[in-house]
Design a protein around this ligand. Structure first.
Ligand code: XIL
Length: 313
């Protein structure tokens, strides 16, 4: 039987998932076995976030992140680095910084240290995550500590990442921008401006945390992804999960979930995207486990959603 990896590789697509420390849990060997068999790329679900790597200013802790990178590299899997600058994963000391200059040097130091540490082992980075506001008319979110660094902090973050690893592929990553809507318009304006200013950005990551009522067709997702491609940018689906309705894992709901997965992968392939990454491995370990949103059930059996993905590849 084909695997996700063999089928995706044949289409020139990376396929993968976010992984946790369960990768190293001897009591749960199916977790690592599933990842090694089915995926060609992994992302550490939380291990490369700012508060995991630099919980104390200028004291770096790479334990879990290094272990994930070593595990993946030994098995020939690629690694997405996630994420250098995200308000939600900034430790308290970042929020406590007082001056623009302090914030600017904290961001610069974090990016430079982290990207340099991983070097050629991590060639893809989500440089800035979720900086765009959900509210139309407010391009950048109001509750970010990073705005203190100056209105050009996003441009600067990409330039610092590029300086630390000029060959790395650098992404802006966000949620709710999958279809044509006010938020995707704001993301589009942001990255178009970055390109015009000569900022080194490779592409846009669309998180794709959706539910089983999501309509690829109805949201205009293919057209939306294509407009980013037309700017010369790469496109990836970076955190895909599709939750079931409250009525749970009925055959009809699981089929609907499978159809959404199939449509998402088909839309991605139709614009020649480069990766589809699910946000986890099996339902039980998902951050939205109640919605049973992934390709493998609690016991690592392939769900109809798995067939949906294979069917689109
Ligand atoms: C989530 C993780 O899955 C959780 O374990 C953690 O508690 C919070 O972060 N957008 C992102 C991801 O970019 O990093 C988030 O991951 C989910 C939303």
């Amino acid at each position: 039987a084909p695997t996700l990896k063999s089928a995706a590789t044949a289409r020139g697509l990376l396929i993968g998932g976010a992984v946790s420390a369960s990768l190293f849990d001897d009591l749960d060997p199916d977790y690592a076995d599933t990842v090694a068999r089915e995926f060609s790329v992994v992302v550490s679900e939380n291990g490369m976030k700012w508060k995991a790597l630099e919980g104390t200013q200028n004291v770096f802790a790479y334990g879990l992140a290094d272990a994930v990178v070593a595990w993946a590299t030994q098995r020939g899997l690629a690694v997405r680095g996630h994420t250098l600058v995200w308000h939600d994963s900034a430790p308290a000391w970042v929020y406590a910084l007082k001056t623009p200059q302090e914030m600017r040097s904290a961001i610069r130091n974090h990016i430079t240290q982290v990207v340099t540490h991983f070097g050629p082992k991590v060639m893809t980075w989500d440089v800035v995550n979720e900086a765009v506001a959900d509210t139309p008319g407010h391009p950048l979110r109001a509750n970010s500590p990073f705005a203190l660094a100056g209105s050009d902090y996003i441009d600067a973050a990409f330039r610092w990442a590029h300086a630390a690893n000029p060959a790395a592929r650098l992404y802006y990553n966000d949620y709710g921008a999958e279809g044509l809507n006010g938020k995707s318009d704001a993301v589009y304006a942001l990255v178009k401006g970055m390109l015009a200013r000569g900022v080194p950005i490779t592409g846009v990551g669309f998180q794709t945390h959706v539910d089983s009522t999501f309509s690829v067709e109805g949201t205009g997702m293919r057209t939306n992804l294509q407009r980013f491609r037309d700017l010369g940018l790469d496109v990836q689906l970076t955190e895909v999960d599709v939750t079931l309705p409250a009525s749970g894992a009925t055959p009809a709901n699981l089929e609907r979930q499978a159809q959404v997965y199939r449509d998402l992968v088909a839309a991605c392939l139709s614009v020649r995207c480069s990766a589809v990454v699910t946000w986890g491995v099996n339902d039980a370990s998902s951050w939205r486990s109640g919605g049973r949103p992934l390709l493998f059930d609690d016991d690592y059996a392939k769900k109809p959603a798995y067939g949906g993905v294979i069917g689109a590849l």
